[in-house]
Design a protein around this ligand. Structure first.
Ligand SMILES: [Zn+2]
Length: 123
């Protein structure tokens, strides 16, 4: 297993600023190392990239069943709410019974998955 560890990438190059970043966890490939470097880099250009990647990941966890295009849209909406182009309380119907609701909490944008399902039983 030692050789295996040796071939892993401990540093990546942030494509946003070109500086090398020592990774907190080793990457399997050069590309992965660079992607992780962007995430861990503290440069000004890399910050929005890593923030958006984190948002995308977070949205995928909440909405694992929507298309990547819809995911892009939700990211954009979050950005627009942050910049004041849209307002807190905006909601988007992403599926027949699922609504993504956006609200602000301090500087953060909170996305809630609202599922409308009626559970009715005859007894
Ligand atoms: Zn950087």
């Amino acid at each position: 297993m030692t050789e295996d560890t040796m071939t892993r990438f401990m540093v990546g190059c942030c494509p946003c600023c070109g500086q090398t970043v020592t990774l907190s966890t080793p990457a399997e490939t050069r590309g992965e190392a660079d992607a992780m470097a962007t995430m861990e880099c503290t440069c000004v250009n890399g910050e929005p990239v890593s923030r958006q990647a984190n948002e995308r990941k977070m949205l995928q966890e909440v909405f694992p069943d929507i298309s990547p295009e819809a995911g892009d849209l939700l990211c954009q909406v979050a950005d627009m709410i942050r910049s004041g182009d849209l307002y807190s309380g905006t909601s988007i119907k992403v599926m027949e019974n699922v609504v993504a609701k956006f609200k602000t909490s301090g500087a953060a944008v909170v996305v809630t998955r609202v599922e409308k399902r009626e559970h009715q039983r005859s007894i």
